[in-house]
Design a protein around this ligand. Structure first.
Ligand SMILES: Nc1ncnc2c1ncn2[C@@H]1O[C@H](COP(=O)(O)OP(=O)(O)OP(=O)(O)O)[C@@H](O)[C@H]1O
Length: 234
């Protein structure tokens, strides 16, 4: 994983390449969809919210199996960066590349390769836990029962969403990740409200995702079960 922002290098694990703002690649080869080679990159990414520049010159490069933690004070721009990566917010400058190609060439393909978990759990209060997951499975594919099991929700499957506690709602949101594989997981404070057992379950899910070459970019103020993750401070 390579990370650079505002002309400062933030994190470079041994053997990783670095790219200066402006595009001069110092090390590293071409971009291809194989383990050990970067497939998700941001190039000089900048973001404005309202009248204010939130960040500029952000360069991330993420390989299959990598995890990146977005860190920083409240309002630093972590959620904004996740939303830009998810294609939900247009960058003020720069772009995102997948296998070397600007994702704006095919936004639908970019949307298909990612799962975005925001601050809000986006569940339907009138539907049961099982129905909520089935709704998402209709969009992304996948089996509901194993996804319920992955987050320890099987015993709550017939409960309406409106009756869930905050941590249970978060577990239901996270269970969507277990429905079907996607290359990029963009997670905004994924462990907020989770008990220790649920953090452990999430750790298993994250490990399995990374083991099959999946990538994780997560904003957090809390320790996450992502061993070896790189850190990017906004
Ligand atoms: N919809 C919006 N319109 C205008 N400005 C916004 C909007 N949402 C966020 N901002 C501003 O953008 C900046 C970055 O916000 P963001 O939510 O990305 O920060 P964050 O690092 O995720 O914060 P936190 O740690 O509190 O979650 C803040 O100054 C915030 O006030």
């Amino acid at each position: 994983m390579r990370i650079v922002a505002n002309r400062r290098f933030f994190h470079a694990p041994p053997g990783a390449g670095l790219r200066r703002r402006g595009g001069t690649r110092q090390t590293g080869g071409g971009v291809a969809n194989s383990r050990g080679v970067c497939v998700l990159e941001t190039i000089d990414l900048a973001c404005w919210r309202g009248e204010r520049a939130v960040f500029a010159g952000v360069g991330l490069a993420v390989k299959p199996g990598d995890a990146v933690l977005l860190l920083g004070r409240n309002g630093a721009g972590k959620s904004s960066l996740l939303r830009v990566l998810a294609g939900l917010l247009a960058p003020a400058a720069g772009h995102i590349a997948w296998q070397g190609r600007d994702v704006r060439e095919d936004p639908a393909a970019h949307a298909r390769r990612l799962r975005y978990l925001g601050h809000l759990d986006a569940l339907k209060p009138a539907l049961t836990v099982r129905e909520n997951l089935a709704f998402h499975a209709a969009l992304t594919g996948g089996e509901v029962a194993p996804a319920l099991e992955a987050l320890g929700l099987s015993a709550l499957a017939e409960l309406p969403g409106r009756m869930l506690s905050a941590g249970q709602r978060r577990r239901l949101a996270l269970a969507r990740l277990a429905l079907s594989p996607a290359e990029i997981w963009l997670l905004d404070e994924p462990t907020l409200g989770l008990d220790a057992a649920s953090v452990e379950r999430l750790g298993d899910l994250l490990a399995a995702h990374r083991a099959r070459g999946g990538m994780v970019v997560a904003a957090t103020h809390l320790p996450l079960p992502l061993p070896g993750a790189g850190e990017f401070r906004l």
